[in-house]
Design a protein around this ligand. Structure first.
Ligand code: ADP
Ligand code: ZN
Length: 749
């Protein structure tokens, strides 16, 4: 295919092989190169590209045929002769082959999301490409240099006795084995008695032990655990939903499946939605299996990443707990994938390659014939539909562990019982907090909104402070003294004058953010020790860990926070949860607004009463008869989900149909409009296809880009990928416009 027009320098290419090489660049397919010998797919190589040399990976020649027919991208017609191809410069030693199952996963994900496969490969190569993949120094006894023992000090002799002529040891390992220092080893290297060889860094995390601390499971837990163990032992692809109320011991149960997979010598991947907020999970894992798991997420330093990447490739790492990008680790014997909190929308990657981590976990597992366990207290409608249609198995835990009851839930009608203007905590809620504190128990106030106030308005002229780059209000962050856009990085000082009418001190905060609730709580509960849990302050895992410790050890009376507090925390003395604005997530035209609000509020509610004392949840709402509030109030989530299903079925909304969004963005508003209209004119047509739009996106201006949206909706039987590929071919696009394709969109901004 592409390889450049120049002839290669070598004369006569008769001996050479043509090789496909995937490079981490946005080409729609691998490029062709030649090499003097054949190389197995998965080999890392350095190749020329333009005037640069970059690293790529030898790809399977039949990569396209391995994809489902609908997903196969068009290939260029022109195929360069072998003699015109450029040479692979050299093979990158020391990086193990990229496993076949990962190569197929990359192709699959790229084809499904209509992304260039090279950009998907780039995610997988983040570690090697970051220059992170440097071999460490290993030592072997140089067989060419016989020992003349007389000249060796004791320390040197110890090293030579510890060194092997075949198996390389790292400096650290050799030092440990011989009891001699690194400088002694280096000196022997200089002397030529030891030979330096490149070595993969070794995983020093230790092996999890299935038998370390097995729990005593309840009958119900044991039943589910044994089913899951069996699924693991089958060693074939299957998906099981593990559903159970918060506190029912889902984690304990899936740990049993994990233990079974360890027993088989397999590698296990656990995906968690927000890996930085999982200190309690890590502690539980360590208590159960004796060592920490390998952790993988984007905030990890390069050194740690390299260790994990190499450990996974070498097979030394057997358990990885990670964010969605852990799906791209080079597992060689993946035996089980667990997706905890499978309903979480944060599994969707919303930048770059847009993919859903939960769905792709299932693809990844299918490609290696491994079972998947999806875990949730409030499974997504997608997963429920898959269970109903017989595609997924279902295990359910009905009771909380140790006899804890699910908290009692009550509704506060803010229309009748709301506080006076400018305050946000009703007297009912305040009294309950006070009583809880008197009983020496802990309370939590939840409001999923960062900052002090979501909107700042001029009392004199009505002007609202807005982000200059986005369709968004600026949110006051009083503690930081700044107004911030929650969509881009823009911030500015809090103004004294109205930018519009210049009136002084006329700007007033409207509505509550979590900082404002904290301010109110300080006045209402003067003696209480208050801790705020917000991403603005808990910026590191260590900070989160410290906050969690303070709560768990009773150094805090009242916790106030955003969705961070909803995570799977276990605080046995926390008995009251107050939801400051239960209606918050219901606004906007989002398909899943109700479902998601229900899931989030249920999860927060689940923080109350996890120990022996009963819990209580109070929902402050203006729309008490909304189905979401009623579902929470009567703890009847199944019925709510059935109602949701009934709403989505007739119009073929997901999961009963497919959606794909086209987001057109440009710095020029007119161009965005024209392109959107041109696309609409050429939109695919048919009985089971519908195109909605174009319409300005809710975030019509984002980082200075004007955005328009088109939404494609089809029946499930129809693949959207070929439709979109052909659709885009029919429209000529200007360079100043970008089209983002979002298959199975989760966000409708
Ligand atoms: P879920 O994930 O369903 O919310 P967890 O697995 O977090 O539930 O369990 C809730 C609490 O109960 C945890 O502290 C957990 O350690 C404890 N627990 C659950 N099952 C058992 C068990 N069989 N033995 C001991 N503790 C258990
Ligand atoms: Zn902005």
């Amino acid at each position: 295919m592409i390889g450049g027009p120049e002839f290669t320098s070598q004369q006569g290419n008769t001996q050479k092989s043509r090789l496909s090489v995937m490079v981490p660049r946005p080409f729609p397919f691998p490029l062709d190169y030649c090499f003097f010998s054949s190389l197995p797919p998965g080999t890392f190589v350095m190749v020329p590209l333009g005037r640069k040399e970059i690293m790529g990976c030898v790809w399977d020649s039949d990569w396209r045929e391995a994809l489902p027919v609908d997903f196969r991208p068009e290939l260029p017609e022109r195929v360069f002769e072998l003699s015109r191809l450029k040479d692979i410069h050299h093979v990158v030693e020391h990086i193990p082959l990229l496993p076949k199952s990962l190569r197929r996963f990359i192709d699959w994900l790229a084809a499904y999301t209509l992304s260039p496969p090279g950009m998907v490969l780039a995610i997988a190569l983040r570690v090697p490409l970051a220059g992170g993949f440097r071999p460490i120094t290993g030592w072997i006894a140089n067989p060419g240099k016989p020992l003349s023992e007389s000249r060796l000090t004791l320390a040197r002799r110890a090293v030579m006795e510890a060194a092997s002529p075949v198996e390389a040891l790292s400096t650290a390992a050799l030092s440990k084995k011989s009891g001699s220092s690194a400088s002694v080893i280096k000196a022997l290297g200089a002397q030529g008695l030891l030979k330096e060889v490149p070595l993969m860094a070794e995983w020093e995390g230790g092996k999890p032990d299935s038998y370390c601390h097995p729990p005593v499971l309840s009958d119900e837990q044991e039943q589910s655990a044994s089913v899951l163990r069996e699924r693991v032992n089958e060693q074939k692809y299957s998906v099981t939903l593990l559903e159970g109320v918060t506190g029912s011991g889902k984690t304990e149960v899936y740990f049993e499946a994990l233990a079974a997979s360890l027993e088989q010598g397999k590698q296990i991947l656990v995906l968690l939605p927000e890996i930085a907020l999982t200190t309690q999970w890590m502690e539980r894992f360590t208590a159960r299996f004796g060592v920490e798991p390998a952790v993988w997420h984007s905030d990890l330093g390069i050194k740690k990443r390299r260790e994990v990447w190499q450990g996974v490739a070498s097979g030394d790492v057997s358990v990885v707990v990670g964010a969605r990008s852990a799906l791209f680790l080079p597992f060689t014997r993946l035996g089980l994938i667990i997706v905890d909190e499978e309903h979480e929308s944060t599994f969707k990657q919303e930048e770059g390659v847009l993919y859903n981590g939960r769905d792709m976990a299932i693809v990844r597992a299918r490609l290696v014939e491994a079972p998947v366990i999806l875990v949730s207290a409030t499974p997504s409608l997608e997963t429920i539909a898959n269970v109903e249609q017989g595609r997924y198995f279902h295990e359910k835990l009905h009771v909380r562990h140790g006899g804890a009851q699910f908290p009692e839930i009550s509704l506060i009608d803010m229309k009748k019982e709301g506080p006076e203007r400018g305050l946000f905590l009703s007297s009912f809620l305040c009294e309950s907090v006070e009583k809880t504190l008197v009983r020496k128990e802990q309370a939590m106030l939840f409001l999923n909104r960062r900052g002090y106030a979501p909107l700042t308005l001029c009392r004199a002229c009505g002007y609202r402070l807005q982000c200059p780059h986005c369709t968004a209000w600026l949110v006051e962050h009083r503690a930081r003294g700044r107004m911030a856009c929650h969509y881009c990085e823009y911030t500015q000082p809090i103004p004294i004058h109205c930018p519009e009418c210049q009136a002084e001190h006329s700007l007033v905060p409207i509505g509550p953010g979590v900082e404002r609730i904290e301010e109110e709580a300080k006045i209402r509960f003067p003696g209480a020790r208050i801790l705020s849990m917000v991403s603005d302050t808990l910026t590191t895992p260590a900070a989160t860990q410290e906050a969690v410790r303070q709560i768990a050890e009773g150094e805090v009376d009242l916790v106030i926070g955003t969705q961070i507090v909803a995570k799977g925390w276990h605080f046995p003395n926390l008995t009251l949860v107050g939801i400051v604005d239960a209606d918050l997530g219901l606004g906007g035209g989002d398909l899943r607004a109700g479902e998601r609000t229900m899931q989030l509020l249920h999860q927060v509610s689940g923080r109350a009463g996890r120990g022996e004392k009963p819990g209580h949840v109070m929902l402050q709402s203006y729309v008490g008869d909304h189905p979401v509030m009623q579902a929470l109030l009567h703890n009847d989530i199944d019925r709510y989900m059935q109602q949701e299903a009934a709403l989505r079925k007739p119009g073929f909304w997901p999961p009963y149909g497919r959606l794909a969004a086209l987001i057109i963005s440009s710095a020029h508003e007119k161009l965005a409009d024209n392109t959107a209209h041109a696309l609409a004119m050429e939109a695919p047509q048919g009985e089971s296809v519908q195109v909605l739009g174009p319409a300005p996106a809710p975030l019509a201006l984002f980082r200075g880009q004007h955005r328009r949206r088109l939404l494609l909706r089809t029946r499930r039987s129809l693949a959207v990928q070929p439709l979109i590929r052909h659709w885009l071919e029919r429209v000529k696009l200007s360079h100043d416009v970008r089209i983002t394709i979002d298959i199975d969109p989760v966000s409708f901004m």
